[in-house]
Every structure is written in structure tokens, then in C-alpha cells.
Design a protein around this ligand. Sequence first.
Ligand code: FES
Length: 577
Amino acid sequence: MSEKKKPQARSVQWFGRQDIYGFIYRSWMKNRGVPQDQFDGRPVIGICNTWSELVPCNSHFRTIAEHVRAGVLEAGGFPLEFPVMSLGETLLRPTAMLYRNLASMDVEESIRANPLDGVVLLVGCDKTTPSLLMGAASVDIPAIAVSGGPMLSGKYRGTDIGSGTNVWSMSEDLRAGKITLEEFHEAESCMHRSHGHCMTMGTASTMASMVESLGVGMPGNAAIPAVDARRNVLARSAGRRIVELVKEQTPLSKVLTKSAFENAIRACAAIGGSTNAVIHLIALARRIGVDLTLGDWDRLGREVHCLVNLMPSGKYLMEDFYYAGGLPAVLRELGENHLLNRDALTVNGKTIWENNRDAPCYNRDVITPFSKPFKENTGIAVLRGNLAPDGAIIKPSAATPKLMQHRGRAVVFESIEDFHGRIDDPGLEVDESSVMVLKNCGPKGYPGMAEVGNMPLPPKLLKKGVTDMVRISDARMSGTAYGTVVLHISPEAAAGGALALVRNGDTIELDVAKRMLQLLIPDETLAQRRKQWVQPQAPLERGYWKLYFDHVLQAHQGADLDFLVGKSGAFVPRDNH
Ligand code: FES
């Protein structure tokens, strides 16, 4: 019987050539001291690095890359590190999300155009995880994501403070006159005191947990602190393992299955994860060819409780989470309660259940058992109604229970600048029962769907002791934020959604149990207002902003660019000379 012929590795079509092209492909690589025998057909592994001084959360990635490189060499591979556009949440304006799809194009084209057989994706700050995964998915070669890990816990005057979460609370305390400017400045240095990404269960930690629960990262990926030596060990083992994945011919699509996404959605509910995961996972699924919708988020999250007592929903931080057992302890709880697709394959070659079934928990105050959860029924809730015919979301674990069924009069802000211009005005007609409405902050409207949905409360209400109000918008919210905040209203105002038609004084009803968000005005009035609505112009008439404005999909479709949905595969482009 003839043995089935293995397809030729991609890299051999560069380095295995014995002609003028082979000379060109090899000779320039030799300028760094690569010997001839390294072009013997061994797997060539790209180390896709998002190191940048403009992305503080990924500032240690040169070190991580060195550990991946060591692992690749140990396993007999040929490592080649390359940079891609990196997206930092804190500095990029108008929002890092505007550039997620652009970065994913850089990743996709960099992988396909080069002699790579497999890739290790170094991800950390929020958007670096989805952009690299999305780009790799559209090529669909073997890939492992390695997260950079969270920072150590913030420590301020004897208390733990968390990235983002305490920024929101301290800035509100400053506005309310409860702390001084000096204390505010001191807290800045106390909060972010080591390498790593935000150490609350914000978007970066959520996405690192998604990497692990999707099976596209090594076990333990979610929580090992950035500065813990075990993070480097994980990077090294990923380097070793990617070489095997290439030899086994396991493309990303064998790992990123519907089962894997279902596991990730349940894991997101069990960790009280960021609402941003909704949009990123839908975009990723649509790249790899998995049918995933908002309906899946609502359906799968309904049975799940939050097991993790971490900010912003709880009080601990990622460092505590790791020492308590990390995500493996959570996945074990899900598996034992029939909420895990146990057979889903992961990149270490084992199933998710094989990896996690014996995971220990060392601190039940940080990771609660499913039978006695930290918070009950905390999956992302998907709301619909005339205000959000294509859906909107709310994170119940971060909301105030008594506000989850609420009726109030709209206080409307046409843009975030309008909001900032009026929110401090003592004459603003608003009380604690009002519903704050923010428009034009969606994908097209901002542009890029900024994290401004958790509008700060009016100072006059803060001074009265009000801590939460219903807020609705087409924006996103930082994963470190909290409150009764309805987000991702689809279609957005700038695309002609009913949100654009809300006026001051209209009554809005929110009922999370009934999954409803409704503007209580007659249909005829809505139709009248629609006739007067004027579509906004693109914010710029050229360049990437224009491309984005013309092609971005709505939030419920993952806010990808329409022409990027799907994959083009790992074909080898024609010769270059
Ligand atoms: Fe980078 Fe939060 S700012 S993860």
C-alpha cells in the first residue's frame, strides 16, 4: 500500500528551492549567521510580536519572544520573529478598536506572504489578542497564542487597587471632592507597577481566558502574572509545541470549532468577563467559518454562574486568581456541571477536559464552587426591542440588580463631546431615575466604537450618593468598568438605528429578565422622526478611516470589515522576482 504523500510545507517552497529563487530566499537570511543545514525542511515558525513602547502592556514581549524562540529551537524548528501593528488601549485615539481590523490585515498578510509553517502569536493588551487571532484565522495555519500575562496587583496605601476599575471609582471620587489631586497622582504610580496587562478581569484578562478556553493557548495561559517565571516557561513550551503542531498538520480551524467557542462563551460568563469578548469572538468565528451569533451568547450564558470574585464584579485581582488555581479550576467546575464540551481539542494535543479535569482550587473565596457561586446567572444578556432590533447587550454581573427592570425618562447626549460639555452642569435636568442615552459612538459613528458607554454620573447625583443609573448607547465599555450599562446597540445611531431618534423626555423601558429594551413612543412618531434624520458623513474622506467607515459591519456581526469575513487560506503566493 502506498503511503499517503504529505503536502509540502509552505517554507520548503521558499527555502527548498535549488534555483535563483532559492538563492534569493536563503542568501539574505544567512546574513544573521543562519547555516545552510537549517534550510533542511524543518518547520519554520513565525513569532508574531506586538512589542511596542507605545503599548505598555506588551513592553516585556522581547523577553517572551526569546523564550518562544528557545522552545522552537529545542524542538528542532526554525524561529523567525516579526513585528506587526500593535494596539495599546491607553494611548491610541480615537480608540484602539478602530484599528483592530487593520492590525488583523497586517497579521494575515504577513503570515501568508512569508515562508511560515506555523506561528506563535504574542498577545496582551486588549485588541492585540483578537487582531492577531483574526489575522491568523484567515490564513488557517497551525497557531498558538501566548498571552503576556497580567500585572501584579496594584497596591495603594494598604489596599489593593485594580487597573481601570479603580480609575473609574477614583476619578469619580475626585470629581465628588472625596480625594485630593495628590492622592490621585500617587495612585497612578501604585496601580501599574510591573510589566503586564490590566490585572482586573477586564478585556485583556478576559481575552487571555478566551485564548485558554478556546484551546488556542497552553493550559495556564490566562492568569500567570507577567513577571512570574512560569509565564516564560509557558512561552517556551508553546515554542516547543508549535513545532509538533506543524508536524501533525493541525491548522487553527481544527481547534477553533463551534464547540470551542461554546466553551469560551460559558467560560466568559463564569469569570464575569468583559462585554468586549462578545464582539471579538463573533468576529473571530466569522473569520474561521463558525456560525456564532448574539443568540448563542444569550443561550449559552443563561445557565452559567460567575465563579470568580474579581474586579470589576468582585474584589480580587488576577494575581489572586492565579494563586487560587486560575482558569483551570473554573473550567473544571464547568466540566463537572455539564457546561463544557469536554472533547474540544486544544493546541497541546489534549482535549480541554484532559487538561483541566484534575485542576485544583486553593482558595474558595476567589474561585467559588458552582454549587455556591459568587454571583448567579451572569451570562451576557442580549436585549432586543424597537431600540435594538439587531440586539444590544448588558453584563448583569456588573449591574445593579434593582435597575435591571427600570423605566425612566431619557436624557440624551448626541455625542461624547455633548456629554462632556453638559454633564457637570448643575442645571442639567436629570435625576437618579433618568436613563442616560449616548448616541453616535458606534463603529461608524465614533469611528471605531469607543469604550465610552459607561458614562460617568452627573456630579450633582454623585454628591447625593447615587452610585448607578441606567445608561444606554451604541458604544462599548471597558472590561474594567461596571454599572447598569446597555451597550452595542445595533444598528447604531450613525447607521440609522432607532437610537438616533430618541429625544429628551422619551420614556425608555429596560427589562433584563425579559431581554427587552424599548422606546415607549408610538410607531408613527418614530416614523415621523426617521424622515427628518440625516445620515452622517464619513469622518475623513480618505485613508483607512474612510475604508473603515464604508465597510465596517455592525456590532452584532463583530464589527469586522465586510470584505475580511472568512479566510483566504495558506496558499503560497507566486514568486517575487
Ligand atoms: Fe492594556 Fe488594559 S490598557 S490591557
